[in-house]
Design a protein around this ligand. Sequence first.
Ligand code: ADP
Length: 164
Amino acid sequence: MRVALYPGTFDPVTLGHLDIIGRAAQMVDRLVIGVAINRDKKPLFTLEERVAMVMAETAPLSAKTGCEILVHPFENLLIDCAHDVGATTIVRGLRAVADFEYEFQMVGMNRALDSSVETVFLMAEARYQPIASKLVKEICRLGGDVAKFVTPAVKVQLEARLRG
Ligand code: ADP
């Protein structure tokens, strides 16, 4: 059974994340979405809210691909989280060159911690590649329409939180 872990903050989950999840789900039997607590980043949504949004949005992908998709909140080391969920592969999305430097270091250090866990990088469809949760929040806060970046349900939650 092939198990992969896709970690992130998902504050909130975007169409970019969902594209990566759909691609990863076609490659493994079980995909665990690791939702990082990430207190340092001061998330807009609570862990429970982020988990609920990821669960709701990934349910159709699970039905479509036949891959079991689980959501797992975590606060520990990524490599330990991979062990906890039985994953031998970590999935990351690559957007622009800007992501590369950080991801390059992460792979190197995670490999030093446990060389048996492999990291694979996937690229979203071109129109989803520029999407970043941080910018989606900023656009929404300033009154822009985020319909091209998130699902309708996530858009409703963003507007409720940011515009009151
Ligand atoms: P981070 O806070 O580290 O950026 P995120 O929670 O935003 O993490 O994203 C988790 C993972 O999803 C990361 O590997 C990130 O590169 C990837 N990702 C986010 N948005 C996109 C996108 N639009 N296209 C492809 N990958 C993405």
